[in-house]
Design a protein around this ligand. Sequence first.
Ligand SMILES: Nc1ncnc2c1ncn2[C@@H]1O[C@H](COP(=O)(O)OP(=O)(O)OP(=O)(O)O)[C@@H](O)[C@H]1O
Length: 266
Amino acid sequence: MEFKNNKSDFNKCSSGFCCTKIENLCVTKGNQEILKDVNLHVHCGELTALIGANGAGKSTLLKAILGENEYSGSLTFVDGNKKMSRRPIIGYVPQKLDFDYSSPVSVLDVFACTQSNRPVYFSPDKKVKDVALRSLRKVQGENLINKRLGVLSGGELQRVLLSLALEPIPDILLLDEPVSGIDQNGLKLFYSIVSNLRENYDLSIILVSHDLNVVYDYADRVAFLNNKTIECVGKPEEVFSNKSVIDTFGLELNKKIDKIGRGGMR
Ligand SMILES: Nc1ncnc2c1ncn2[C@@H]1O[C@H](COP(=O)(O)OP(=O)(O)OP(=O)(O)O)[C@@H](O)[C@H]1O
């Protein structure tokens, strides 16, 4: 397990290929310091779950990565193969989308808006439709292309948002509580798709979730945000055994540890 500000791992990317490096990231709002010296490497082909108490700063960190929050420090995508660094291409799936459920806008219309400057009231050209179908196929959602957004189930809508986040394939995919309030089948389908995408496209993924079962089942690594910074990073079973993590999540985590067996599992 890596501990706070441990930089021993900093020049080492997964398999030597690529990763997104967050280094000494700080966010201040007004005169309130919200994040301080956040250091985290998100490796390609890995899902890193970001956990922390309410108000710990998880959304603030995602918004900083998205460029919506001003920050100091650096955010770099390092391609070990090409021996180059640049700003990462970011895909983002929010917790929910606020829109008018009676709107006539279809899934294809949303793709048309994001893929072309042509007004949506003209039929989208074939190229846009091909991109939409290709992207929806990745989330088992080809059948949704002509549906109105307002008639989609919660799980279908989140898969559509995931497909939009995959066009183009990002260097880093941010998932902010992407399936909260969605039934177990929808949740399992969503995360099995995410797991496959991670492998097939060698994606770096950051998942914010309060659901420790999801974190345990799907995360390769867990980063615990506490006291404005990343306090520890490691495999789920390592982080779940950390005293500070147990103090934060208490009973919920103890139940989880009892279920999976104390002292190392998987
Ligand atoms: N615009 C803002 N101005 C001042 N303080 C803010 C602002 N936005 C967020 N904060 C504060 O920053 C802290 C972190 O908030 P944030 O929403 O990032 O936490 P979180 O870990 O995502 O919480 P939750 O799990 O409840 O969603 C909170 O104390 C919040 O009140």
